[in-house]
Ligand binder design. Sequence first.
Ligand SMILES: Nc1ncnc2c1ncn2[C@@H]1O[C@H](COP(=O)(O)OP(=O)(O)O)[C@@H](O)[C@H]1O
Ligand SMILES: Nc1ccn([C@H]2C[C@H](O)[C@@H](COP(=O)(O)OP(=O)(O)O)O2)c(=O)n1
Length: 245
Amino acid sequence: MSAVIVAIDGPSGTGKSSTSKAVASALGLSYLDTGAQYRAITWWMLTNGVPVDDAEAVAAASGKPVIVSGTDPAAPAISVDGADASGPIRTQEVTAAVSAVSAVPEVRARITDLQRSIAAGAAGGIVVEGRDIGTTVLPDADLKVFLTASPEARASRRSGELKGKDASDVSTTREALIKRDQADSSRKTSPLKKADDAVEVDTTELSLEQVVECVVTLVENAASEKSREAGTASVANEKAGQISK
Ligand SMILES: Nc1ncnc2c1ncn2[C@@H]1O[C@H](COP(=O)(O)OP(=O)(O)O)[C@@H](O)[C@H]1O
Ligand SMILES: Nc1ccn([C@H]2C[C@H](O)[C@@H](COP(=O)(O)OP(=O)(O)O)O2)c(=O)n1
């Protein structure tokens, strides 16, 4: 299969991470979780005493942390200043602060550069998941998928991950999700938005396996289209070469 670049965007709990990892593993592609990068920079701000609601302070510190992302879908990894950050970036404290930090333009510029260089270095192709991959980070991606699901489905999936949950957890999770969606969709710089040329997949009534199957087919079709175009372009170049001789 040709080295395809796949962008998977959508709000929280639509299945981006699970789908992207499974699709990348099935097709031998690299994988990048861009939400983990925004969580990592947020965690660094919190642990270094930067007031996360002060956009100027966040902007001034945005170049300091060294964030390194792994791209193996079977072993997602992220470190900050050399320390493994995969556990700490999933705390409630980070989740509550990440929308504010990721709305700061200097933070986005820095993380976007990092994402583009990782994608450019993935010689065998990559699945990149986030909020603005199709619209801003990789607007020339070979395939763009926008996952959606009802707020109820997303909240019940997310609260299903919590330990010792009770009935009130679903509604609390639902409120927190909706608040984060609103913040992520209404920020000025690169908001959460479906790209015009993205394929929208509503996952509300689908199992994870069905979503993975659907996206694998979309990627395979995009890869065939890409190699067909490359073939057509090389024939055209050959012809142009013969004409110019
Ligand atoms: N189609 C689906 N049906 C049921 N559960 C799902 C589906 N897709 C994902 N999940 C589950 O929902 C939770 C959130 O999925 P995740 O991939 O982390 O979403 P996102 O990355 O969009 O926030 C995970 O526990 C995952 O296993
Ligand atoms: N490309 C991206 C990815 C994530 N973000 C921000 C906005 C999100 O609320 C946070 C966290 O993203 P993450 O994908 O980890 O969130 P969930 O898995 O949905 O909880 O990061 C972003 O602004 N742009």
